[in-house]
Design a protein around this ligand. Structure first.
Ligand SMILES: [Zn+2]
Ligand SMILES: [Zn+2]
Ligand SMILES: [Zn+2]
Length: 126
């Protein structure tokens, strides 16, 4: 059983399409490279129109889309998994006692936060 990860913009709730078997560290490398990829996007598109072989950045299903990084330049990018968990969140499981039958919740506050775990992000983003 593996978990699938992808770069994700919290501001726009938009995910970057990437091969489904990428690991979280591998997607973090993409997020780290995002300023360079965003800056590259216009030149990449320009060169493509003149037939330079830059259409495929990456291989097979593993294409990198510089235009996605340009569209989300300066936004809050994280690595997200297929269950909707972002890697900038605490992620601790805790018991909800607000309901008749206690059940488990996942904390979405920022990692390393003070105080109680909670279901909402500290920055108020959805
Ligand atoms: Zn965005
Ligand atoms: Zn509850
Ligand atoms: Zn927490």
């Amino acid at each position: 059983m593996s978990t699938n990860y992808f770069p994700y913009c919290v501001d726009c709730q938009s995910g970057h399409p990437i091969a489904s078997d990428r690991l979280d560290d591998e997607c973090r490398a993409l997020v780290r490279a995002s300023p360079a990829l965003a800056a590259f996007a216009d030149a990449w598109a320009d060169l493509s129109t003149y037939g330079y072989p830059v259409m495929t950045l990456g291989r097979d299903r593993d294409y990198i889309h510089p235009e996605w990084f340009k569209a989300h330049a300066g936004h809050h990018l994280v690595v997200r998994n297929e269950y909707g968990d972002n890697d900038d969140e605490c992620g601790k499981r805790y018991q909800c006692h607000g309901c008749k039958h206690p059940h488990e919740l996942r904390c979405r506050r920022h990692s390393g936060h003070d105080g109680d775990h909670a279901e909402g992000r500290d920055d108020g983003r959805p």
